[in-house]
Design a binder for this molecule. Structure first.
Ligand SMILES: [Ca+2]
Length: 243
């Protein structure tokens, strides 16, 4: 009985402390890096702070695409892929008093490529791998990072969220296949992958495709999408492939 009373008292004290900790002010978000301006890198590290240290997650918006980022005692840090040209990066955080946000503009001077495939996922400390197979059947992935057609995997992320980026400067016509492998789950029951494909960015042939897949088993390798560069002006998206 006594132990129960002590337990209830500890719970009430904890509850009061939690309520007292609830901020009366909306959070202030501050992006420290990048500071804006020019970048010659395709992959950019974003970092900064949120004034309310009790907030655990914020939203990162890159050119209109949203994703969660984790906060550690008011600090955030994430890698992201910028597009050639103007980019807007924004971070939003919310508490009960309201919302705070900060944004920067980055102009990226990366070389133009015919194809960019970006994999990201929604769990921390997990390893997912991007595999892109070209029309000749050559597969680009972490253990084979440069193909005969000069396709390249820029990064193998092994500790959560991605991104992993495949680029191809001059894309041969034909069929391409994108797969993902759930290499290491760190005990997460599932992870949700997103693959964004940008073809002929910044030209009048520009086309964007997006594929999603939920992975549930370590070691799973599944096809998430395929598309056909059928000719100089035709791109056929065959859509998400069912498991
Ligand atoms: Ca990986």
């Amino acid at each position: 009985m006594r132990a129960l009373l002590i337990g209830v008292a500890v719970f009430l004290v904890g509850l009061a402390a939690t309520m007292a900790a609830e901020s009366a002010e909306a959070p202030t978000v501050s992006i420290d890096t990048p500071s804006g301006g020019w970048s010659t890198e395709r992959i950019v590290e974003i970092s900064g702070t949120v004034s309310d240290e009790a907030i655990e997650r914020a939203v990162l918006v890159v050119n209109g695409y949203e994703r969660w980022i984790d906060l550690q005692v008011g600090k955030f840090s994430a890698t992201l892929v910028v597009s050639r040209g103007a980019n807007t990066l924004e971070v939003l955080a919310r508490n009960q008093a309201g919302e705070g946000r900060d944004s920067v503009s980055v102009f990226s001077d990366v070389p133009a490529v015919d194809m960019q495939v970006v994999l990201s996922w929604d769990t921390d400390k997990t390893d997912v791998d991007l595999h892109v197979t070209d029309p000749k059947g050559e597969e680009c992935y972490y253990a084979h990072r440069v193909t005969k057609a000069a396709g390249k995997l820029d990064l193998d992320d092994t500790d959560g969220h991605g991104p992993e980026v495949f680029t191809l400067t001059h894309a041969p016509t034909g069929k391409y296949q994108v797969s993902v492998k759930y290499y290491s789950s760190d005990g997460h029951p599932q992870t949700r992958c997103r693959v964004q494909v940008v073809l002929f960015e910044g030209t009048n042939r520009e086309r964007r495709l997006e594929f999603f897949k939920i992975l549930t088993k370590t070691g799973d390798k599944v096809e998430v999408g395929r598309f056909d560069l059928a000719g100089p002006s035709r791109i056929e998206d065959t859509g998400e492939v069912k498991p």
